[in-house]
Design a protein around this ligand. Sequence first.
Ligand code: GLC
Ligand code: CA
Length: 560
Amino acid sequence: MSTEKLAPHWWHNAVVYQIYPRSFNDSNGDGIGDIPGIIEKLDYINKLGANVIWLSPVYKSPMDDNGYDISDYCEIAPEFGTMADMERLITEADKRGIKIVMDLVVNHTSDEHPWFIESKSSKDNPKRDWYIWKDPKEDGSEPNNWESFFTPKAWEWDENTGQYYLHLFSSKQPDLNWANPEVREAVYDMMHFWLKKGLGGFRMDVINMIGKPSDFPDATIFDSGVAGWEHWANNLLCHQYLREMHEKVLSHYDVLTVGETPFTTTLDGRYYSNPARNEVSMIFHFEHMSIDREEHNAVRKPFDLVEFKAIMSKWQDDLYQKGWNSLYWNNHDQPRAVSRYGDDKEYRIISAKMLGTALHMMSGTPYIYQGEELGMTNKHFTDISEFNDLMAKFHYKKMLERGLTPQKAIEFLNYFSRDHARVPVQWSNEANAGFTSGTPWLAVNNNYMQINAEQATNDSDSVFHHYRQLIELRQGDEYGDVIVYGKHQLLDPEDADVYAYLRSYNGKMLLIVANFSKKSQTRDYDFSLKKVVLNNYDDEVSSLSALSLRPYQATIFEVE
Ligand code: GLC
Ligand code: CA
């Protein structure tokens, strides 16, 4: 039984609420969510109990990738508001004990950023080396065979200067050259600019891709991921830059930092988040996000709970006292959790609560994506014209090229499109779900009459109130330590329907049992029951032997 504790940090028992500003709440009727709209809803977030908000990018941007393409790091996009609005958001959040974490998107800028405009202007421009420019191969082709997430190739030809530039994302998102110390200094200055305004930290966009090897070798791995990742993901340079960033910036503030890091194993997780290495507080790994899809091939795989549990518990165990986990089921790049891992029809409410329970009792910092606390579902799209996301359009094209019918391609996007998460938040049963008085930039899901925040906050049996209780448990005196610092142990790894695990700390033990299936189950747990801490059904439970579990039941027990 564990009694140890890492050196404590304020973010150890924090719960983060992610806002995708464009889709959160529109205050002025232009159909686009904005910062004043967020301020209007701070009391709602406070009621839920989250004490950190991660704000997806609100910086000035041509919005090729909805703000992940920044043209000025020190300005707010006019559609989102002004700098004064942003400062007011920080102050108003602070009054409610909520810290604001901003998105730091520094693997790339927009091609409309003045740095890139200069860099592109001539080969001898002082900012030429701020981006990654290379000569073509002798036959005129790309410098190497790397692929991009949003286009077939990672290199874009510039006729004017006769060189290619690198972009791991869209051609409007050129990669910065982190090998250039001037670039790094410019990023650090910008970070100080924001942190001095009282930010709670940064979520660092694809931060594990900033280190590019100086020889730009060809990719050799083509069966998983975007070709080239073996060279630019998680390399030593990236770790070195992060330590420098820590020394020059982060060590001067007490902040939460979370790196978005695809292609990471638990060993990488320890490298990034071990406190002694001075890199980041925690990372987002992606292992459980590829459980039901072959990312690269746009192919769906069946969900396998045994594999899912193995992944989640490996992260729980391998980082125990050696790093820190972030916990998430979805975000602005992923489908809605209840549609993906639960049942978004008959058992929508029950299974959304089950998922919340299964995640929030784990060790690490939980992240709630806007609308998850309402059990918001995927939307049903019927035609490619209904999508906004550039990645959906790219995948669609790739699938048609592979010979899929448009219907099959849409079927895939109906599982995995990023637009599911970007559909506006459903606030009420009024027109456009109360999101806007105008025309929303992306059409709302028509189930808002049933699923909305007004209904959920008034109904004590809602997903919202279940999440509120989960947060209360994590932050409360009675179970806080065991939930935040307890040791984790997976039970019955081969059980294909039920996810059960233990948390223990200083003599206290919690047993979490979550039925991931639509069928009733019966299981035996060899513990004596002290208390039912939280249950998503009202049934009385008196013993843990022959415990009957209803569809998607999830219960937290205190046991001995
Ligand atoms: C990250 C963001 C995603 C964005 C990409 C490029 O994965 O989460 O939304 O498209 O980086 O910045
Ligand atoms: Ca607006």
